[in-house]
Each structure stands twice: as C-alpha cells, then as structure tokens.
Design a protein around this ligand. Structure first.
Ligand code: GCW
Length: 687
C-alpha cells in the first residue's frame, strides 16, 4: 500500500516536472544562486522587484544589487539606468522594468554594461476585444480572462485574481503598461455600476505591476444607459453626463487610463449620427477626463460602403480635422490603410497628421494570419512597418519616428496591440503565438529592436530551460545553438513571408472567405453583402488582368503618400513588387522583374509559400530532441494543419484566377490537388 502511494506520488511529480503546457510563457527561469537586494524604500511594486530578482537571479552567487529611486535627467518616464550591480530609476516602475531587463540579459547571456534604457512610447497598451459574456471578438485562445457569463458572475474569485496577477506580471516583464479591458465594439454595460466594480478589482491587481486600465466606450451610452434623449456631443446634458461618469470612474479607479473609442465605424454609433465631427466627438470625452489625467484614444478605422476606395477613407476623414483635437486625444491608426492584412503598405496618416497625437494600432491576434493554427511570427511584419519611411519630414521619417515623439512633439505617445490572450492554458492557443505578445511588448518599449533579436531572446527564454534539462546543455552550448536556436529562429523569421506567399502575395489583399477571415474565398460575394466586404472588390480580376488600380488613373490613393513615395507607388516600374497588385491593375502577361509573366509569377509565389511551410514543418521535426514532448507534438499537429491549409489557399486562388487568366500553370510548379468547385462547395457548406 505504502509503496503504491509513494510510487503514485513519484509518477505525479514526474508528470508535473515535465508538463509543459506553456502557461509559464517566457518566464520560466529559476534562480541559480542567491542575491542580496538593497533598496531603501518599500512599496508593493518594489517588493515585486525584489522578489523577481531573488527568484530569477542568474548572476554571481551572493552578489549585492542596489535599487535606487533617484532623479536623473537622462532617464525618461519609467526608463532606468542599468549596471551589472545596480538599477536606478525615477519611478518605482522604472526599477521593476530594470529588474526584468537585468534578469533577461543574464538569462539569455547578453552583456550588461552601464546603460540607460528609455521607452519609445509612454503608453504601451494591449487592446482586449473581450465582450461582457466572456466571448472574444477575433479571439482564438478561449474565453476572456476578465469577463464571464454575461454579468451573471461579476463576483471576483481567487482564481480570477491569480490569473490577472500572472497576466500583469507577464506584461510588466516586457514593458506593457496599459490594458483596455473590453471590445471596441463595446457594450454600454461596461459603464454601469456593477461592471465598474469589477474594473476596480482588476485595476487593483494590475496596478502593482504598473498597468493602467482603460475601457472602450459605446458612444451612445448617455441615451442607452443614462436615460437621455440624445448622445449628441454638443448637448449640455450629454456633456454633464460624461463629466459625472468620469468623476464616478475616477472615484473608483484613481489611476484609470482613459477611453478607447470606435465611432461611426461598422455600425457603431458616433458623433456623425448627430451631424458632428470626430473632433467634436473626441473632445467631449477628452474634456470630461482631462481633470483626472485621462486620455482618449479615438480610432481612425472608419469607412463607408459607398466610397470608391476603402483604403483612402481614414485619411480623407481625419486630415481635415488635424489640429482640432484637444491635447489629451490621440488618434489610433491601424498599421495599414485597410485592415490588418498579411501585407499592406503603412497607412498614409502616419506622419501626415502633424498637429495631432497619433498612435499605431497593431493586431497581435492573428485574425488574418491563420489565427491560432498557423505559425506566424509577427515581429518581422512590425519591423517592416515601424521602419517604413514616410518621407514626411525628409528621408528617415520612419513610422516609428513619426509616432514616438522624435519628429513631432506629441503631447502623448502610445502604441496599441490587439491582444491574442484567452483562458487557454498556454494563453495564446499556439505556443508560437506567445512570441507575438512578447514581440509587441519589446517593440513598444524599444521600436528600434530587430525582429531577429526579439526572436532570439524569446526562443532562449521559452525553450532554453527544457533544452538544458534534456541535453544537459546551456544556451551557449554549440550543439543547442546550431541544432535548435538557429533553425527555430529561421522558422520564425521566414514564417510571415511564407504566409503572405501562400495567402496573398504580390499585393493581393482581403481575399478571404466570409467573415471568419481564415480560408480563401476570392469568389465570395453573396448578394446583399456590402461590396467592400467581398474579395472581388479588392482583387478586381477579369479577363484583362488583376489588381486594384490606386494610381492617378485609378482611385488616386497614391496621392495620399508623401513624395517620393507617391510617384514611386504610382509608377508600375518603381512600385515594389510586394505592393504591385495593391496599387496596380495589370494584364496577366505583364513582365515581372524575374522575367516571368504576372500569371506565372502568381503561380510561383503561391507554390513557394507551400514549399516554405513544408520546410518549416520539416525543420520543426528536426528539433524534436531539444523540445519536451508536449510542446513538440502540439506544434507539430498545428504545422500539419497549416500545410494542408496552405495547399487549399494555393489551389483555391490559382484555380479561381485561372478562370480569368486562361493560362496554364507553368511547368515545374506542382499542380493543384483540389478541384475549384469542391473548394467552393465546401466553403459554402461551412456557412
Ligand atoms: O478587422 C476588423 C474585424 C472586426 C473588428 C474591426 C475593428 C472589433 O474583422 O472584428 O471589430 O476590424 O478593428 O474595429
């Protein structure tokens, strides 16, 4: 009997030791020795800082580390000064960030000299598209960590608090300092007493990790929950209602961050319903929360079904309002002018709005990039975006510099990422999707980092410990570096390009089937659906060619870019081929730089995409000896589906477009294995 119990306990211990469910994210290193932390002050945040150092210390055994809060003019905001034995900051939060940086450096084996690290953006915010009933719009990793069951369970449990604490810790470790707790398609319930109580509880947990809470608001709240006849921003009762609401919120949550607003977009209410402008709408809210230091993040994601080019609309709506927004308003602009596509040029609003604070909105959740099934590392995409040159104030006016205050002295700087987090044990659905959460935080802190460096850190932190245990090696072990680190980094760095190739190469965009935004549907255009929600609106394939003419002969969207970009995009000879069909409608036999005709190049690109995913899968197979079985198999299965889905993408798009090109699939390229009518039929059956 006794032996059976001991045996069972042993088995359980072994299972626990090896259960790699991914819940620990990139925070899995245990201390290798002791450290003596000296800090004169105490506070909840400083206690966390001290404990983190003790839990994760990888420096010299018995070392003394000094944490000091001291004014230093070279340190900005929550930045810090780091040496191997000390962290100095102007704020407590700066100390905590310094601790995480020190530990990261120790763990990944980067040298620590004396240096100052300042954040690129003051506010580094996750946007959760979580609904009060616990579902998440475009969430692929389970239900919400903040809300459940439609208000039936607004009570806060110990479990809730534990999870929020883990969430806050993970965010703080990469510098994220804000969270919008609910969907931009917002429910007015969020501003009611009951919900605000829960927001207060969440804020109570997040605060010690330096994370401010924000809420998305429904513009028509004054009429929906306030009993007013209107929500007109210039109406006195409405103004009063928002002022009172702000007072109520700040009495519960004194450090509340502010509001995020989606207005007059995709059916959401907004100031235009009352004949007012976006500026009138935003300023009303901004004035209400100004006394408390809050901000309003007003989204530029607006478009109207009747306009000729969706890609031009945000610019057309917002440019005339430049300079009219109050100084605690910041315009939140999606990276591309359409909608988080696998590849888009950056939105022309970046750098163009010179008298208004502007912030980028990135999407971490992979709505249009294979959701939680495809392995797609987004660091490369965001690097391409941030380093994109707008030329607005001469060469080198990158999107990063136009938004982080380097070029325009914005009153407020910020960056947002739509979160990919849910109740799934591994938080993000796919183990590799964690790298996108990580990369967002790291780039928000330092928009100059390379996607390669971020991938390198993340792999070491996420897979390194297991590698060590399994092979008795360490990060610096050549074998591990050559046979695990290098190939996995390669997988990550080429993964987004692979997805672009098998989904939407050469500037194709928005050719998804239906609203789920997962599989291909270049044919999808049911009667009654808004034209700008159907793929033919975007690819415009016909017997003469394919692509969206946004040149001066077409919609003239090119004119929204600053020279020399405008001319570069306008001229088919200088337009980068990655954006070719975004800006041009071209004949099927147009001669490409490769010497191939356009049709052949399209075939070649789709095929290349599949080859790349297969290679990614084979590479993953090759690293098996270095990974725990749980994560290895989980990822392997996802890659299998990804390969199958990439095949469907290629076959669907080539067979569909072939109906217009009337050309054969060139020799040397694998023939499709599916039939077009089957693919269309299967697609229809899913609805
Ligand atoms: O990408 C689209 C999504 C919608 C989303 C919208 C937005 C929250 O398909 O689900 O709504 O963008 O960003 O507002």
């Amino acid at each position: 009997m006794k032996t059976t119990i001991i045996f069972s306990i042993l088995i359980l211990m072994i299972i626990c030791l090896h259960a790699e469910d991914g819940h620990s994210l990139w925070l899995r290193n245990k201390s290798k020795g002791s450290v003596h932390v000296v800090c004169k002050k105490t506070s909840p945040t400083l206690t966390i800082a001290r404990q983190e150092l003790e839990k994760g210390w990888h420096g010299k055994n018995g070392e003394t580390v000094l944490l000091s809060i001291q004014e230093n003019n070279s340190i900005i905001g929550d930045g810090f000064k780091l040496t191997p034995k000390s962290i100095q900051a102007n704020t407590e939060l700066g100390i905590l960030y310094g601790v995480y940086e020190l530990l990261r450096r120790q763990q990944v084996g980067q040298t620590i000299k004396e240096e100052i690290s300042n954040p690129s953006y003051e506010r580094r915010i996750l946007n959760h598209w979580d609904n009060p009933d616990g579902t998440i719009e475009r969430g692929y990793a389970g239900l919400s960590i903040f809300w459940h069951q439609g208000g039936k369970s607004l009570d806060v449990t110990e479990n809730d608090k534990k999870l929020w604490n883990e969430y806050a810790r993970a965010n703080a470790s990469i510098g994220i300092n804000g969270a919008v707790l609910n969907n931009v398609n917002s429910s007015p319930l969020m501003l009611t007493k009951e919900y605000l109580q829960r927001v207060k509880a969440i804020a109570g947990v997040l605060r010690h990790y330096g994370i401010k809470t924000y809420l998305s608001i429904k513009y028509s709240s004054p009429s929906l929950i306030g009993g007013l006849k209107t929500s007109d921003p210039l109406n006195d009762d409405v103004i009063k209602w928002w002022k009172n609401k702000a007072t109520e919120i700040y009495s519960l949550i004194p450090d509340f961050g502010g509001f995020l607003v989606k207005a007059n977009s995709e059916g959401q209410a907004g100031p235009q319903d009352y004949g007012r402008t976006h500026a009138d709408g935003a300023n009303l809210l901004a004035d209400a929360i100004k006394p408390y230091g809050g901000i309003v993040m007003w989204r530029a994601f607006v478009y109207n079904p009747n306009d000729i080019d969706r890609a031009m609309q945000a610019y057309n709506e917002f440019m005339p309002l430049d300079g009219q927004f109050h100084d605690n308003v910041i315009i939140q602009v999606k990276n591309g002018p359409v909608d988080f596509q696998p590849r888009e040029p950056f939105s022309p609003l970046f750098g163009a709005m010179k008298k208004t604070s502007v912030m980028p909105e990135l999407q971490i959740t992979q709505e249009y990039l294979g959701q939680s099934i495809h392995l797609v590392y987004l660091g490369t995409m965001w690097e391409e975006f941030l380093k994109g040159d707008t030329y607005q104030e001469g060469k080198g006016s990158t999107v990063a510099r136009c938004t982080d205050g380097s070029i325009f002295k914005q009153n407020c700087t910020a960056i947002a990422g739509v979160a990919n987090i849910g109740l799934d044990t591994n938080w993000c659905g796919h183990h590799f999707a964690q790298s996108n959460w990580y990369a967002f935080g790291r780039l928000a802190w330092n928009n100059n980092l390379t996607s390669e460096q971020i991938a390198d850190e993340w792999i070491k932190l996420t897979f390194g410990k297991v590698a060590k245990e399994k092979n008795n090696s360490s990060y610096s072990d050549k074998n591990w570096q050559i046979n695990f680190l290098a190939p996995v980094k390669q997988i990550m760095l080429q993964s987004r390009e692979a997805a672009v190739n098998y989904m939407m190469p050469l500037g194709f965009h928005h050719i998804f089937s239906a609203n789920e935004h997962y599989g291909p549907g270049p044919w999808w255009a049911p009667k009654g659906v808004r034209k700008d929600w159907t793929p033919p609106y975007y690819h415009k394939a016909d017997s003469t060619g394919v692509g969206f003419d946004r040149t001066t002969n077409g919609t003239n969207a090119v004119s929204q870019y600053h020279e020399p970009l405008s001319s570069k995009y306008n001229d088919v000879k200088t337009c980068p081929e990655i954006y070719l069909l975004w800006f041009h409608h071209l004949p099927w036999n147009y001669k490409m730089k490769s010497g191939r005709i356009l049709w052949d190049e399209i075939c070649y690109r789709y095929d290349l995409g599949i080859q790349q995913v297969r290679e990614i899968k084979n590479t993953w197979d090759s690293v098996k000896p270095f990974v725990d079985n749980e994560r290895f198999t989980h990822i392997q299965n996802k890659l299998l589906s990804q390969c199958e889905n990439a095949q469907i993408w290629k076959d669907a798009c080539l067979l569909y477009f072939q109906q217009f090109s009337k050309k054969p699939i060139p020799a040397g390229i694998e023939q499709p294995v599916h039939k077009l009518d089957e693919l269309i039929n299967n697609d229809m059956k899913k609805r």
